[in-house]
Design a protein around this ligand. Structure first.
Ligand code: 5GP
Length: 212
C-alpha cells in the first residue's frame, strides 16, 4: 500500500476525566496537531442543537432506528441518558481504524469499560487527573455559567469518576497544560508502534526470512 497513513491500524484513544480536568482541551490539541486523529461520532435520539451537523457532531436517529440498531449489534456500546439514547457505531469506528485513523472517545468510565470489552486490542485508555481538589474546584468555578450549586454537583460527580482511575492504562496529572499535552502525544506516538498495529511487519519479516 503506497499510502503511508494506512500502513498501520488506527487505535482507539479512550480519554476520561472528571469535568474540569482538561480532557477536552487535550483532545482538541491532539486533533489540531495530527490530521489522522479524529473524534468518534456517536449516534443519538436527541434533536440536533442549532449549530450541530449530522455526521460531524452526531448521527441523529429516530428511537425506532436506534432500537433496531441495538438489536442488530450496531453499537460498540450505548447508554440511555435523560431519556435519550447515545451509542458508538461499530461500523464507523471499524472503518476509521482500518483507514489508519486514531479515534478519540470522550467517555466516562462505564463507556471506557464497555469499549475495552468490545475492542481489547484497539483501546488505549487514558485518565486525566487534576493536580488537586482545589485546582479542580477553581477550574469549574471559572467556567462560563457556573453557579455554586452546579460547581458542587460537578465536584460530587468528579469524585465518583476519579474512583475508577485504576481501570486505565495511563494516567496524566494535568498540572501544567503543555506538560500534560506532551505526555498525551508521547502515549499516542508510542502506542502507534505496537507490533499488532503495524501492518507492514508481517510481509517485511517474511521477506527478511526469505519466506515471501
Ligand atoms: P449531549 O446531549 O449534551 O451531547 O450529551 C449528553 C451526554 O451523553 C454526555 O454526557 C455524553 O458524554 C454522553 N454521550 C454522548 N455520546 C455517547 C456515546 O456514544 N455513548 C455514551 N455512553 N454516552 C454518550
Amino acid at each position: 500500500m503506497s499510502n503511508k497513513s494506512i500502513d498501520r491500524r488506527g487505535l482507539m484513544l479512550v480519554i476520561s476525566s472528571p469535568s474540569g480536568a482538561g480532557k477536552t482541551s487535550l483532545s482538541r490539541k491532539l486533533m489540531e496537531e495530527f490530521d489522522d486523529v479524529v473524534l468518534s461520532v456517536s449516534a443519538t435520539t436527541r434533536d440536533p442543537r442549532p449549530n450541530e451537523e449530522e455526521g460531524t457532531d452526531y448521527y441523529f436517529k429516530s428511537r425506532e432506528t436506534f432500537q433496531q440498531m441495538i438489536a442488530e449489534g450496531a453499537f460498540l456500546e450505548w447508554a440511555h441518558v435523560f431519556d435519550r439514547f447515545y451509542g458508538t457505531p461499530r461500523a464507523d469506528t471499524e472503518a476509521k481504524l482500518d483507514a489508519g485513523q486514531d479515534v478519540i472517545f470522550d467517555v466516562d468510565w462505564q463507556g471506557a469499560d464497555a469499549l475495552h470489552d468490545q475492542m481489547p486490542n484497539d483501546v488505549v485508555s487514558v485518565f486525566v487527573l487534576p493536580p488537586s481538589i482545589e485546582a479542580l474546584r477553581d477550574r469549574l468555578a471559572k467556567r462560563p455559567g457556573s453557579t455554586p450549586e452546579n460547581v458542587d454537583r460537578r465536584m460530587a460527580d468528579a469524585e465518583k469518576e476519579i474512583r475508577h482511575w485504576r481501570r486505565y492504562d495511563y494516567c496524566i496529572v494535568n498540572d501544567d497544560f503543555d506538560a500534560a499535552y506532551s505526555q498525551l502525544r508521547r502515549i499516542l506516538l508510542t502506542e502507534r508502534m505496537k507490533r499488532l498495529r503495524q501492518r507492514r511487519l508481517e510481509p517485511l519479516v517474511r521477506g527478511l526470512l526469505g519466506e515471501g
